[in-house]
Design a protein around this ligand. Sequence first.
Ligand code: R5P
Length: 298
Amino acid sequence: MSRLLYTLSAEDGLSRDLLAATDYQAGRMELRNFPDGESYVRILDDVKGRDVAILCQLHRPDTKVLPLLLLADTLHDLGASKVGLIAPYLSYMRQDKRFREGEGVSSHYFARLISQHLDWLIAVDPHLHRIHALDEVYTVPAVALTAVEPIAHWLREHVEKPLVIGPDSESEQWAARVGEAAGCPWEVLSKQRFGDRDVRVSVPHVDQYRDHTPVLVDDIISTGKTMLQAASHLHEAGLQGTICIGVHGIFADGALEEMRAAGVRVVTSNSIPDDSNEIDLAPLIARELASGPCLECD
Ligand code: R5P
């Protein structure tokens, strides 16, 4: 019996590509709100004994998570064999410690919640910093794919002489591997964060790279302040034409427009759909679906 893919998102380009690249068939459901705002889920397939995946692009997650859990529970209840989650952007990974007294460690709570309702998880470049691997917090099989190769491929195709730059020490894991995979030099800057929208980035030593195109690479672009600060320092240091690559473009508060107005080119993957998407994750995820946790969690 073929596997089914349910898509919990209005923007279904990635879903279409995954269906085309795998043996999954599109799951059919009715998902709407009751007049009082509560979610209504009805499955229109016979899911008994079948393996099922749910694609949910978890940016701005709070309104998506309850329908996701209701959908997963409904599928289990109707007899689906395994119900997995494909979350190309995995939310709630950054509150990974109690930064201030009284705060919650929401990465842990979110992981516990998802692990209680889903049988496996695939994410792309989840923000692993103080949490070093997903299985430190997720209790179901959880795979962290990386967009390093798709980004390096994009660089090879689009940028003649790139200098890959990580805007902060946390981004070294992407900058180093992208630089190595693309066969170009890479550097990492240092950043201090003073508040949600207040970040300061060190001036880099880039004199030897004046004939290169600076390419900032980070996992997440949220307010865009990290990228903008870094791009501004690169500009002051004499590097022109900065390209900002974020695996996940969350773009809070009009950040994409602000970055474009500042004169940088913004490139993201299709983990979060918008017109900055130039890096396609479908082949990466499709490969994992062919061999990954969904097949190994019996
Ligand atoms: C840090 O935790 C992440 O890797 C990114 O550097 C950060 O999320 C970017 O945030 P913003 O765009 O708000 O500066």
